[in-house]
Design a protein around this ligand. Structure first.
Ligand SMILES: O=C(O)CNC(=O)[C@H](CS)NC(=O)CCC(=O)C(=O)O
Length: 303
């Protein structure tokens, strides 16, 4: 494939799939949506499937979230995905909830389920989304969620070395730079962005992270109305190390209606979707080689 900058991409690029769903408090239904996506990703020839934050459930309250949480070792949601991964020999990157280490809270985590169905990696979201925006979202993630306390070192996958972050972590450049320095080639941001903040910041932040770390960015997102109080923006995307959007799925407005359809439009995200893109590590090396981003750590501290 010839890029518009004239570079011949290598033939052995790996294919990544992103999945977009609308999770609710119905865990069995969410699992079946995700399993549909595993099937679709396998049919599309993907070597890994990336699913959104909180794919297991989106609750209506902190109390409901606490009542729904299960340990990954006994969770039917995780076990269902493990068996799908095994069945299709397809690794799955998925955001879920797990019991917190301490106290009556949950952990917002990311699991890497290998092609043999094993939970091989885990990252716990560092930054929690506590906001109160006039005429915008009011959310207090820390009411029910315990923040993580470490970065997960980048890990090898069939599509490249993955540096995992989650949703609101996207607003902080430091962890992405730290993961890049530790060898990440792909930064992941499984998300459930709100519509107003998504419209304002989602794409520019994702592209900035790709450009400043010269890495692929894989951002699978929730899309549509989860319940009376929550709607997610959608626009899952895969971005290359030059900042180009290689694949993108659709989004919804504040009412959960598919964008651009006007009043009386269609309810969004009724069907789980995937998109795929080639991850070409030869191209990544070329971008990094042609424009070295050498830090002036004699002037400012290294992250
Ligand atoms: O609630 C769950 O179960 C899953 N977690 C989420 O949806 C989280 C916390 S409320 N959402 C975000 O971090 C959105 C960030 C965002 O929208 C922004 O940074 O603008």
């Amino acid at each position: 494939m010839d890029n518009d900058d004239g570079f011949l991409q290598s033939r052995n690029a790996a294919r990544a799939a992103i999945g977009q769903i609308c999770s609710t408090a119905d865990i069995a239904h969410n699992l079946s949506q995700c399993q549909t996506l595993v099937q679709k990703a396998a049919e599309a020839g993907a070597q890994a499937l990336f699913l959104p934050e909180a794919s297991d459930y989106i609750a209506t309250s902190a109390g409901q979230s606490l009542s729904l949480v299960q340990a990954a070792t006994t969770s039917p949601f995780v076990q269902g995905l493990q068996s799908s991964a095994r069945e299709h020999a397809l690794p799955i990157h998925v955001g879920i909830h797990e019991p917190a280490t301490r106290g009556a809270k949950v952990a917002n985590t990311l699991l890497w389920i290998s092609s043999t169905g094993d939970v091989a990696q885990r990252y716990q979201k560092l930054h929690l989304f506590d906001v109160s925006i006039a005429n915008g979202p009011v959310l207090q993630e820390s009411a029910s969620v315990e923040p993580g306390s470490s970065l997960l070192p980048p890990f090898e996958t069939p599509v490249g070395n993955v540096g995992a972050l989650i949703c609101f972590d996207l607003r902080f450049p430091e962890p992405s730079l730290a993961l890049r320095r530790q060898g990440a080639q792909i930064l992941t941001y499984p998300s459930a962005f709100t519509v107003p903040t998504g419209r304002a910041h989602w794409e520019p932040l994702l592209r900035a992270r790709a450009i400043e770390t010269q890495s692929y960015v894989v951002a699978a997102a929730q899309c549509g109305r989860h319940n009376e109080q929550r709607v997610s923006y959608g626009h899952s995307m895969i971005i290359d190390p030059w900042g180009r959007i290689l694949a993108e799925l659709g989004g919804v407005d504040e009412d959960g209606m598919v964008e651009g359809k006007g009043a009386g439009g269609v309810e969004g995200a009724s069907e789980p979707l995937i998109a795929v893109a080639e991850i070409d590590l030869g191209y990544l090396e070329k971008v990094r080689r042609e424009m070295p981003l050498l830090r002036r750590t004699d002037v400012y501290p290294e992250v």
